[in-house]
Design a protein around this ligand. Structure first.
Ligand code: FAD
Length: 288
């Protein structure tokens, strides 16, 4: 399939891109193009114009402070996966980025594009949810920060307005005594997550002091499994306690999605199984 004809603009700055979006209703930003172009070829997306932001300087790269990683929106999945800084300070994020699709997609796809796409089967939304990341967007009214918990609002839908651009993502880093694990059941054709589970566990004196668990792929947007988190907090991360906590995951998911490949019940069941494994691995990593 070929996409419909479309006007093409290349923006040199964020301000120029915002102006182009305002001037061309129905236009879409183009970053890595690895979600948008396939959708255009299938005619699922038919933007009136493309505003290419791929060469805007300063929108890619990773900087860190003592508490945060600041990741530019145009940073590719491979850059995140292979960054020594990310591997050291927020290993779960590098682990997840390395599981996205294949080398080709990871070389072109960007973190900003993935978040804006809000695909239920994507990996980064689950990671941003478990990490309590903040997404910075620039638009005609200036800049604002959106909590990951408020960013993904529905299937392929976010809190961004039509003329807003994600510029960077602030990800809290974690230190010694905290471990993370991202486990993914990959769709065999695309590599997308049928189910993706992200767990972050802090352990002190043999007890879990902080537990965070997010489930992707099962519902339109990633969900924090708060009941499971609360049940494990204050407990030893042993098999029995982890199993009891994971058994609460389905309750947080509500109505699950299903398709010809994996039914809703199957996804929910896998979410529990993978939560058990991810919590165990995260706790083991926390304890060194
Ligand atoms: P684009 O395709 O350029 O844009 C996607 C959407 O985001 C568009 O609507 C665009 O207008 C908007 N957008 C882009 N940048 C911004 C910005 N800075 N601010 C606001 N809006 C913006 N993803 C996974 O997570 N896991 C997988 O396993 C996986 N497997 C894949 C397998 C294949 C074969 C393919 C083709 C893709 C796969 N993907 C997967 C998706 C891939 O990660 C995409 O690269 C990513 O979702 C979109 O990033 P992009 O830079 O390519 O965005």
């Amino acid at each position: 399939m070929y996409s419909a004809n479309v006007d093409y603009y290349r923006a040199k700055t964020v301000d120029e891109a915002i102006k182009l979006l305002k001037k061309n209703p129905g236009a879409k930003l183009l970053a890595g193009g690895h979600s948008l172009i396939p959708a255009m070829k299938l005619r699922v997306a038919q933007p009136t114009a493309l505003v290419d932001i791929g060469r805007i300087k300063g929108l890619s790269g990773i900087k860190s402070t003592t508490k945060l990683l600041k990741i530019g929106a145009l940073t590719t999945h491979n850059t995140v996966a292979n960054s020594p800084e990310v591997q050291e300070k927020c290993a779960i994020l590098a682990e997840a980025a390395g599981l996205i699709a294949d080398q080709q997609v990871r070389n072109r796809g960007t973190i900003g594009g993935s978040l804006a796409q809000s695909d239920p089967a994507a990996d980064y939304p689950t990671l941003m949810t478990v990490l309590d990341a903040k997404i910075t967007a620039s638009g005609p009214k200036g800049e604002r920060q959106i909590d990951a918990a408020d960013f993904f609002t529905d299937l392929f839908t976010t809190a961004l307005t039509d003329s807003e651009i994600i510029t960077n993502i602030a990800v809290p880093i974690y230190g010694k005594g905290t471990g993370g694990a991202y486990l993914k059941m990959k769709h065999p054709a695309s590599g997308f997550a049928v189910v993706g589970v992200a767990a972050i566990v802090s352990v002190s004196d043999g007890k879990c002091t902080d537990v965070r668990l997010a489930i992707g792929g099962v519902t339109p947007n990633p969900v924090r499994a708060m009941e499971a988190e609360a049940l494990l907090e204050g407990q030893a991360p042993d098999d029995a306690n982890i199993a009891s906590a994971a058994a609460k995951v389905a309750a947080s998911l509500g109505e699950a999605m299903g398709d010809y490949y994996a039914s809703a019940d199957y996804r929910k069941n896998m979410a529990e199984v993978m939560s058990r494994r991810a919590l165990k691995l995260a706790a083991q990593r926390a304890m060194g």
